[in-house]
Design a protein around this ligand. Structure first.
Ligand code: NAP
Length: 333
């Protein structure tokens, strides 16, 4: 049973420096008192790999709302680090859920299209049976299941292909490569919707507020921008938009390639389409098309002079550097 929030809810935000976490700091601020932690926070520990410390943090702070934006998102690396990924994406989430249940707090959590196996071409609805293909997907699904089993009030948002102004991601990497390379090979048989962290944070804040006022809104929701594209279509769009703004790019050919020509340690779903009708209906929201968010973010006036970490201005193939879930989907020629 969710407790009625105080007039000013206390909101504990975990993972404050990730793509979504960073935007949540802004979006949650008007809703209450936000205590934002990351893995290095010391007064209150926010390291999800230390389950005892995490439990103590939540019990001491006794928040009305816990928002978990932290996750182990290195999809390929997770294949070799299953225990670590499970600790962060599942066991730590189970601790949050248990503590939320004890406190009567609302737990807001993020999951992924990678809980599905990617078959077919119909957008997935919340009630479709999950069947993850990767360690990452398995651990994210286990996190969802732990929340539901705990009985705590929750909002679980499954999203896809996240990008943000802050942090590394596919679109920024494509722009960097396009400055340097004449040809790019990009996967064209994985279909989904690039979704901005800003949008995710704004929708989360709206839904959180609505759910504090109406506990029946709690549940699992798909949260992704409208429309669909492939990684290849996404790359073409970003590069064309940049060129349209007068940015000089070397790339003249963006070749579509099938996934099997670009093997990665973790298998990824071909069909990452998420049906967002439930979110629209429950919260009275209209989500924008994916192109609306991507263009202004990813076409800075000069991509070679952005204030991005130097390492991924040139290093295209390290999965973590490419932005968490979005491991290498492009091969350089
Ligand atoms: N990125 C995507 O394309 C995508 C797609 C679908 C769903 N999602 C889900 O959306 C949510 C937000 O993803 P995102 O893109 O914002 O991910 P992100 O940018 O990779 O951020 C994840 C954050 O979690 C933190 N973290 C990792 N291990 C931690 C630990 N042991 N203790 C505390 N914090 C830890 C990271 O901290 P450090 O910076 O210190 O490592 C980072 O700030 C996640 O639940 C993810 O599974 C993401």
């Amino acid at each position: 049973m969710m407790c009625a929030p105080a007039s000013v809810p206390k909101i504990l935000l975990l993972g404050k420096n990730g793509q979504v976490g960073w935007e949540l700091q802004r979006a949650l601020a008007p809703l209450g008192t936000v205590i934002a932690l990351d893995r290095h926070s010391s007064e209150h520990r926010g390291d999800l790999s230390d389950l005892a410390a995490l439990r103590t943090t939540i019990a001491r702070l006794a928040p009305h709302v816990i928002v978990n934006a932290a996750a182990y998102t290195a999809v390929d690396k997770a294949e070799a680090e299953a225990a670590l990924a499970d600790g962060i994406n599942h066991q730590a989430v189970a601790v949050m859920a248990e503590e939320a249940a004890k406190l009567g707090a609302l737990l807001v959590h993020y999951s992924t299209d990678y809980v599905f196996n990617g078959s077919g071409s119909t957008p997935w609805v919340e009630t479709d049976a999950p069947a993850p293909l990767s360690v990452y997907g398995i651990t994210k699904l286990a996190g969802e299941q732990a929340i539901i089993a705990s009985g705590c009030a929750h909002l679980i948002f499954r999203t896809s292909w996240v990008y943000a102004a802050r942090g590394a991601n596919f679109a920024k990497t494509m722009l960097c490569l396009a400055v340097e390379r004449e040809q790019l090979n990009v996967i064209n048989d994985q279909i989904g919707a690039p979704t901005g962290a800003e949008l995710i944070a704004d929708i989360s804040a709206h839904a959180l507020r609505a759910t504090l006022n109406n506990a029946h809104l709690a549940g699992v929701y798909h949260l992704a921008a409208l429309g669909e594209t492939s990684w290849h279509g996404y790359a073409e769009f970003v590069i064309a938009a940049a060129r349209g703004q007068g940015i000089a790019l070397k790339t003249t050919l963006i070749n579509p390639i099938p996934t099997h020509q670009y093997p990665t340690p973790a298998a990824r779903p071909h069909n990452s389409r998420l049906n967002t009708a439930k979110l629209h209906a429950a919260f009275g929201l209209t989500l924008p098309h994916w192109q609306a968010g991507v263009a202004p973010h990813e076409t800075p006036s000069n991509p070679t002079q952005r204030h991005y970490p130097r390492r991924w201005q040139w290093h295209p193939l390290a999965p973590r550097d490419l932005g968490g879930e979005q491991a290498a989907h492009a091969r350089i020629r």
